[in-house]
Design a protein around this ligand. Sequence first.
Ligand code: PLP
Length: 453
Amino acid sequence: DAKALWRKDKDHFIHPFTDFSVFHDQGCDLITDSDGIYVEDAKGNRFIDGIAGLWCVNVGHGRAEIGQAMADQATRMAYFSTFNNLSNAPAAELAAKLAELAPEHLNHVFYSCGGSAANDATIRLVHYYFNRLGKPEKKRILSRNNAYHGTTYLAATLTGIASNNWDFDTLDHLVTHLSEANCYRRPEGMSETEYCDHLVAEFEETIERIGAENIAAFIAEPIMGAGGVLVAPRGYHARMQAVCRANNILFIADEVVTGFGRLGHFFASEAVFETRPDIINCAKGLSSGYAPLGATLISDEIYEVLGTPQRKGGVLSTGFTYSGHPVSCAAALKNIEIIEREGICKNVREVGPYLEEQLRTLSHHTTVGDVRGSHFMMCLENVADKATKELLPVEARVGDRIAFEAQKRGLIIRPVGHLNIVSPPLIWTRETVDRVVAILDEALTAATASLRE
Ligand code: PLP
């Protein structure tokens, strides 16, 4: 029963990213069932899922056909190695499908087990690439403050959210962080264009200081997710890419969150941000979270160097037992089929602007300093004072309060410090948006009142 399970969980399951003081007081909520836009807990409470599990259940919950595709594959051939000349049908089919969906020049896929592993593996591939080109000194990766790229040691170093690394070492000889692109908190008096110039200039100065001959790549999320749904100033990504090109620095787009429809397209880099990354990483929405899977999409130009046996060495000595896992790839293939068949990207393009507009109506609440994001990737930033943008004290736990009040009213959103993130399954309709915004309106009123108590 639920109580016995709760006990087992509390005694034995170490939860990721968990504040144990809160966990030990409250225990966990066992999520037991799911259907479409809803999840249900062990007590029978039903919630609208406002976070798509964790930015990943893009096609919504309880898709029997994905379960069936996985079951069929698992009973036929659940696993076999993909090293060297061994392969399996779903991995090959999916690689070809990803090449078809991705920008034209990205035609080669390296599989991993999730987003962190994809980013980590990518840096190894990039180093291998420059080694084979006879430029082994090109090692350093430029990332950004407040970026989130994962939690394996190298991905955690790429991550620029300081608190994530307070209690850990980082691989600083490999990574340098630039400023994040944060329009809301940009320097006083700077226009958006000037701010973009400022960020590009910082990039150029950093290259000058470190030396382009020592820099392998720049990695960036098209819109920063966990760092606070930070939308860069217009033109930023394209300009950063131009600087990369001029300095023979690879441009890696981390589309772990933005990929597979969240911004209305399979990949946001080209369709939304007018960039042509050398590498795109994806995970999460790739399988809609039905199975763990990450993929690194690599350009023809890079592949020509990695995959040509005549070049020095010829052995790509990196990979995972589960690279190209057949059951995960079968889940991803069915997931992509659903996204295409149901026009889910189109739904995001239609409902997304409505979600943005309706969430903006919440700006009248005293704590809501900023409502930002794009399409199905949104965030409320809560502040103590809208004019100065000063934050509430950490102990006020404003994000938690609002999320708690929303959950009481049947909606799960994600608190991150003083932020509340809304990143739903991509099947929300306008009617869902209306229900969600009504709940958030009440939750904000209640949370604001509780702050005064
Ligand atoms: N990259 C981005 C942009 C992410 O948001 C995440 C996870 O939230 C990751 C990488 C890491 O993915 P995973 O948790 O699957 O390792």
